[in-house]
Design a protein around this ligand. Sequence first.
Ligand code: PLP
Length: 392
Amino acid sequence: MNINSNYLNLKDSYLFSSIAKKVAEYKNENPEKELIRLGIGDVTFPLVPTVISAMQNAVSQMGNSETFHGYGEEQGYAFLRQAICGYYAKKSVSLRDTEIFISDGAKSDLGNILDIFDVNNTVLIPNPVYPVYVDTNVMAGRKIIYMDGNPENSFLPLPDYSVKADIIYLCSPNNPTGAVYTKEQLGLWIEYAIKNEAVILFDSAYEVFITDKNLPTSIYQIEGAKKCAIEFCSLSKTAGFTGTRCGYTVVPSELMQNNLSLNKLWLRRQTTKFNGVPYIIQRGAEAVFTDEGYKQIKENIDYYLENAKIIAYTLTSLGIWFTGGQNSPYIWLKCPNGLSSWDYFDELLTKYNIVGTPGAGFGSNGEGFFRLTAFGNRDNVNKAMKRLLQQQ
Ligand code: PLP
């Protein structure tokens, strides 16, 4: 018996454990200090009332033999897939419900989708990046090429035709940088993918944060995308489903490689290896796409966006360079005075009592940068920004 030795090539992830350790030590030595956490990657608002009542109703149905649901479709119930088609129609994207797959979140599908691709494919991944793209490919032993995100390209790398890739990861709005691709920029990627017979794995977990009407909230708003892109969406940040777990993946039927339908391959994979999402959760997810549900979740999103705006405004007045802060819950800033990510972490912690996330934890190009998030409470955001402004 041999293990999958690719696992030995995974780098240990010390980022969040190192942060927790440093914060605990500081708190221990300075119990009187009030720390403000602006590194939170989880939502802080609970599920909205419309979602809760849909789930309560579904719970009651499960207790009655007439309305009880046993094994469900692995691809997800038609009522939810149709509700998602309706959501896309409002974005001027026409999808069939057979092109939508309900998941227990974007992370699972972003990793599992690799099952349908050859291990010899070359993968193109931005640096800095959401670490799941890298680790899932390392586990499979795939060759990874990195594309540089940096201040020169505003952390939005564009295609380089001298690089030949088969699988391309794009994330917009981006975690960690908060940067958002324009339609023209995504158009360049679609052109590259079609020319190279590559597939784009488009992570739009934060699409609901886009308020600028000129920016795309789905890659399918750009011509040609259905021929080359799979889109991964999540209700985690959209509707506070981080604990409840639900997302969806779009695999268009037009998406073919070597005359094979990726939609069919993915359906085969999911019906074999995935148990589906519980009925109660899918009823809650369906409620997100009703007029009332959507209005309620948007109120929470607007609150987070206002937090981001306050942080962005403060950084602008301090003359600190950053990306994100609008159309995104993330703010990615250049550490002042040439500090390294971890030195700035220490400075923020000890001088301002603010906790954030060192950019170096998201890849080598994150060194010298720092991530703040907008998922916190407004009073805390205001207080933290006041500290930064007063103590400069
Ligand atoms: N994609 C990105 C870019 C993320 O930042 C996250 C979560 O932080 C996910 C996907 C995972 O989403 P889910 O909670 O739906 O698995």
